[in-house]
Write a protein that binds this ligand. Structure first.
Ligand code: UTP
Length: 274
């Protein structure tokens, strides 16, 4: 029951961060001197993942260039004796095996994940959204892998959010199984506060099993033509599949919003000597 593969959906348009995302993928926004997606890939590697599939789309070439080797740059740094910088640049090019698949149209997170079906090839896999950076002792996704090893079922990363924020998230209702661990009974996408079953929100980390693909194919797209992952997960519940939710311990930054991105930069810069 080893989770070896991770999928990072990164094909969204990032409209909440316009205008910068007009010509720059939001996954490439800097947090200190690294792009957001660098932290996400690092988290996966620290959790023992050795195969990363990034779902990209139009205008996302900068992501591929970032993780690629850059022989010209490496040569330049070597010639000038900038060996520390050289080491850092070389390491990025060799972090992990990264593969890419393109989602031709941004038709939702569920549709993006459907594009991973061939690559994951029947294995259970981790999903890490590029919008969330999690700073924690034990990598966020590793905390979910621990639950998966114990229960061998779909696992959702969750966090208690302010009640005023529930309408921005997928919200679960569930039976407590232990400290910060739930058996999911139902899921609602972006409920109004008055009708939300709890304030336990799904954050951008999941362990999915291959049955998610049939579920995503079975559900109807929403009114915008997008296939939502939450709908696929609800379908699994209707099929009596078990879904666990685990509170992720650590500090999460939603870098898909200006507020979260600024917070990440300010808080992570504490202790950085200028
Ligand atoms: P979001 O809804 O947060 O991303 O999707 P977005 O659509 O880019 O953001 P806004 O709302 O317009 O600002 C969550 C994750 O799913 C990916 C996004 O890249 C993000 O990592 N995604 C979303 C896709 O890969 N494809 C899609 O069609 C939609």
């Amino acid at each position: 029951m080893v989770i070896r593969k991770a999928v990072i959906p990164a094909a969204g348009l990032g409209t909440r961060m316009l205008p910068i995302t007009k010509s720059m993928p939001k996954e490439m926004l800097p947090v200190l001197n690294k792009p957001v997606i660098h932290y996400v890939v690092e988290e996966a590697i620290k959790a023992g993942i050795d195969d990363v599939l990034i779902i990209t789309g139009k205008g996302k070439r900068a992501i591929e260039d970032y993780f690629d080797r850059s022989f010209e740059l490496e040569y330049y740094l070597k010639e000038r004796g900038k060996l520390e910088e050289l080491k850092e640049v070389e390491e990025i090019g060799e972090m992990v095996d990264i593969y890419y698949v393109r989602q031709k149209k941004p038709l939702g997170l569920g549709d993006a994940i459907l594009h991973a079906e061939k690559h994951v090839n029947g294995e259970s896999f981790a999903v890490l959204l590029g919008d969330d950076i999690i700073i924690s002792e034990e990598p966020g996704i590793k905390q979910l892998i621990g639950v998966y090893k114990r229960y061998t079922c779909t696992v959702l990363g969750v966090e208690e959010v302010e009640w005023s924020e529930v309408e921005k998230y997928g919200i679960i209702s569930g039976e407590p199984l232990g400290e910060g661990l739930y058996e999911v009974r139902d899921l609602v996408e972006k409920p109004r506060r008055e009708v939300a079953p709890s304030n336990i929100a799904i954050v951008g980390r999941y362990i999915l099993e291959p049955d998610i693909f049939d579920a995503l194919k079975a559900v109807k797209p929403d009114k915008n033509g997008e296939v939502q992952l939450t709908e696929g997960l609800r379908y699994l519940l209707q099929q009596q599949k078990n879904i666990a939710a685990k509170r992720i311990e650590g500090k999460r930054y939603d870098v898909g919003t200006l507020e979260g991105w600024l917070k990440a930069n300010i808080e992570l810069s504490w202790g950085v000597r200028l």
